[in-house]
Design a binder for this molecule. Structure first.
Ligand code: ADP
Length: 192
């Protein structure tokens, strides 16, 4: 099976790469989890990450819960990656889609922004994102991809790091939407 990957040069130091795949296999320094506020195991990408990582994530999330309580929508926290190839997992809480008038776009952008802020604080050079909120949380992917791409592109242009941001997308429709959103922002795409 051929795996399509598109690479977009955002600045002289930063690239965004989009691909179809399973984020739990990524070996970037960090992968991002589409988590819930209680930081308790869920379905979707969260379930896949936790089952591959082992118990570490559960234990570290429990500690975080005891310290900060819940992780509010739009925020993110970091744990180690347990048995994953990625050293860290950043747990970002996207909004549940409630029709679009409940500040969902800003909350979604915040989830990406906070993840990237944590990454640069931890000197993480490469990070992989799933399509936050577009699964169980019901955010329409054609809208979510625009917010995600715009936020990440703006962040990279402003801070010039992390060096590599990957979007690892689970299905064709999601991949097509992210590709389309990126193509609007960046003229040149290299097929890998
Ligand atoms: P949310 O609750 O934020 O909507 P989900 O996990 O339900 O999060 O879905 C977010 C996206 O992650 C969806 O596009 C879903 O298809 C995708 N997804 C599910 N499992 C994986 C995986 N192993 N790797 C990458 N993406 C995944």
């Amino acid at each position: 099976m051929t795996m399509l990957e598109f690479k977009y040069q955002i600045s002289n130091q930063c690239v965004i790469l989009i691909k179809k795949g399973d984020i739990t296999s990524e070996s970037t320094d960090a992968i991002v989890n589409a988590a819930n506020s209680r930081l308790i195991g869920g379905g979707g990408v969260d379930g896949a990450i936790r089952s591959k990582a082992g118990r570490t994530i559960e234990l570290e999330c429990e500690k975080i819960r005891k310290t900060i309580g819940e992780c509010k929508t739009g925020n993110a926290v970091i744990t180690s990656g347990g048995n994953l190839s990625a050293k860290f997992v950043i747990h970002a809480v996207g909004p549940v889609w409630k029709g679009g008038n409940q500040n969902e776009p800003e909350l979604l952008r915040k989830a990406y922004r906070h993840s990237l802020e944590i990454a640069i604080k931890k000197q993480i050079n490469s990070i992989s994102f799933p399509s936050i909120s577009t699964g169980i949380y019901g955010y329409p992917v054609e809208l979510a991809s625009e917010e995600a791409i715009n936020e990440v592109v703006c962040f990279l242009q402003q801070f010039n790091k992390p060096k590599l941001v990957k979007f690892v997308l689970f299905d064709d429709k999601t991949f097509a939407n992210y590709q389309s959103s990126l193509s609007k922002r960046c003229a040149v795409a290299t097929l890998k």
